[in-house]
Design a protein around this ligand. Sequence first.
Ligand code: ADP
Length: 458
Amino acid sequence: MQTIGRRLSILFVICSIIAILLITLFVNVTVNSKFNQYMIDIQNNRYERIVSYFEEVYKREGKWSEDSGAELMHEAYMGNYCLTLRNNNNKTIWGMDPNDIKIGQHLSTMPVLDNGVYNSKTFEIKSGEIIVGYVDIGQYSSILMSEEDVNFISSINKSIVVSGILALLIIILVSLYFSKQFSRPIKDVANMSVNLSKGNFDTKSNSESNIEELENLRKSINILAEKLKQQDMLRKRLVSDISHEIRTPLNVLQNNLEAMIDGIFPVTQERLNYLNEEVVRFGRLLNNLNQLKEFESEGIKLNFERIFLDELITSIYKDFYLTAESKNIKLDYEIEPDKDYSINGDRDKLIQVFINLISNALKFTKIDGRVIIKLYTNNKNIMVEVKDNGIGIREEDLPFIFERLYRGDRSRHQIEGNGIGLTIVKNILQLHYASINVISKEGEGTTFKICFDKDENN
Ligand code: ADP
């Protein structure tokens, strides 16, 4: 098995070697063909120059002699080519021996090359339109190149090889760097998921990446770890909450009953009533838990019907009015007039939602406080707000108040409840395609905002 980094590096290097080989091949082929063309052009120029030189000589002297163009001989020796001058009857006037230029090479500064094949070409020498002679120009094929030419070709090849090696080194370094950029965050995420699977939820991946997908992956695994941590915390809290909720009434019952059996407490009507209240409270808790179980197992059956929220809330408001007054809390109800507040819903369940929210608001608001219920529309949505100026919810409790049995610490010690009300509210609203949000500040008050989507509820 290979690491991503290694695999990527190998891939980079293979691709670059192929690219460099292709470039070398391409540059070499192009340079060689251009260079050959250049050499052929030079040769053709030379032929033209020699022929026109002989034509000039003939024009000047009017005939051929042993000396005609003899001065070219030196240049021919130096340039390693061989000249033979013939008259129009094909009779040789003068000529060079091809073997001389073979020897001449050893004397000259030309590189010692394989002599190649001797080639000779014949050109006509004309005076006006009449052919007055012929010149044979011969050379060994490989002597076409001078030392500079050979140097030129080999230096190009050398620089291609050197730049290829340099490019390869740079590519290896770059590929190592980039493959690390890929592999580091992935390795981090992999390590983190191993930690999560072992139940260690306190891990966090900090190796940020500038590659979008990897950064998203890192962020989502961090979110996952955070969520798992919360769930783990809630699970632990749930177990301790349930045992606490059950143990308290049981302890009260046990202590009182034992005291009565031992004759420490007299068995009075009042004491029996008190104990009965504890049993009722205990039964209520079990009922609530049972109800919650029904919601969560999705086995609950809803009886949908046309409901006019304004009327429904009005009747609940009236029911609570006296309770609020007894606590000296001002309970108000504001409706935006002339709007359609009808939805499809389960009457009893929706009543439970508003009862839970309003009773919470009254429960967590001190004497002389104020609770306002608002009903209004917002675009296509029907909004219900339950707002109080009570004790508020601590910031650290806010994300959890809809969780099963979650109770703010202050309410746990001072105010009666069992932390199920809001969980039920949320479950019922979800079945009605509605959402609920909470805004709260400790010491200032709380607002629960419900949003019914009219499209979904019609
Ligand atoms: P309970 O009211 O039985 O404790 P809930 O599920 O109804 O359970 O509420 C959960 C927690 O949310 C409460 O314990 C309390 O801390 C907080 N809470 C709910 N409503 C309010 C409110 N109007 N003002 C302040 N705190 C609230």
